[in-house]
Design a binder for this molecule. Sequence first.
Ligand SMILES: O=P(O)(O)OC[C@@H](O)[C@@H](O)c1c[nH]c2ccccc12
Length: 390
Amino acid sequence: MEGLICSKVPFQAVPSISSRPRSLIPPTQLIVRKRNSLSAFSVRAQMESKEGSATVATSSESVADALKIKEWEVAMFQDEVAASQGIRIRRRPQTGPPLHYVGPFEFRLQNEGNTPRNILEEIVWNKDVEVTQLKERKPLGKLKKELENAPPARDFLGALRAANERTGLPGLIAEVKKASPSRGILREDFDPVEVARSYEKGGAACLSVLTDEKYFKGSFENLEAIRNAGVKCPLLCKEFIVDAWQLYYARTKGADAVLLIAGVLPDLDIKYMIKICKMLGLTALVEVHDEREFDRVLGIDGIKLIGINNRNLETFKVDISNTKKLLEGECGRIVRERGIIMVGESGLFTPDDIAYVQEAGVKAVLVGESIVKQSDPGKGISNLFGKDLN
Ligand SMILES: O=P(O)(O)OC[C@@H](O)[C@@H](O)c1c[nH]c2ccccc12
């Protein structure tokens, strides 16, 4: 199948794809290859001479091809819907449709769509592959059965509210975070259960446990171990959710809450996932980074907890004034009216930072780096708040 004979052929030069809406085709580099060992014609000729089973093979081959094309079209459509909502993250690489046959040639579209545009997109593409493989090993039916043995879901939102009322300070979601793509390794001697216990002792209301392995060096084993160690703080499964299957999985591993990132998930996905969360007893923390995401999320019923990430996950830029800016606008008025609990996320290091986001209107904060780096993470909490939370 080698023998690249032509590239940069204008898109219009290819007849059989012209029925596909042009808007779905990204800037294109067309790769046309001469088919040798498996030319469509030669295969067909061989099939015709053999008949019987060979004919079946041809038709199942074409069914598989048709399915692949459909899958590709659905994926493109999914991205188009997302883009119409201002979502820049594409759910999976746009490798183009499967190979098409034009006379003695086959072609495939190749373009910059095959390379992730930023780290968040790379993580999401990786997650898509990871989840597909996990699902094959443990289909939803099997997973649902495991729910029966899961430890009960605890009240994440209630714990944040209670902490806020008790201390007069934002309730703390303390993050069990070994590393991140932007900061590298945060804690060399990383014992997740030890860190979790220390956070609990230091007065954290809830914990966030990173479960992504590849980019954050987290794991579901960590989540499970913390839950099984008897830590009382409700646990947020900090994962890049791209598929409802992951919600069930998180629950079987002992999660009480999950993160839904508005910059990744279109409205319909968020709506659907919120419903499943409710069914499973999971609290959804819906994360936004800008006004447009905030506005979209407020158009969805049943959301009780929204996080404003001060870190742009596409560029890693951190700016805590983002929380203030977003809460000053019309969206801020709506959340106050509806009594939605707001969480200030990322980049919080000092008592002044905490006071600043509290002033902006958050009733909870999500903190990782500044406390996980301390030799005693629980002590890191009192340094962060400027007082002992107990
Ligand atoms: O370590 P920090 O700057 O205190 O940030 C914690 C948390 O907000 C951050 O880890 C985070 C917020 N949203 C996310 C989404 C995915 C991965 C990580 C995150």
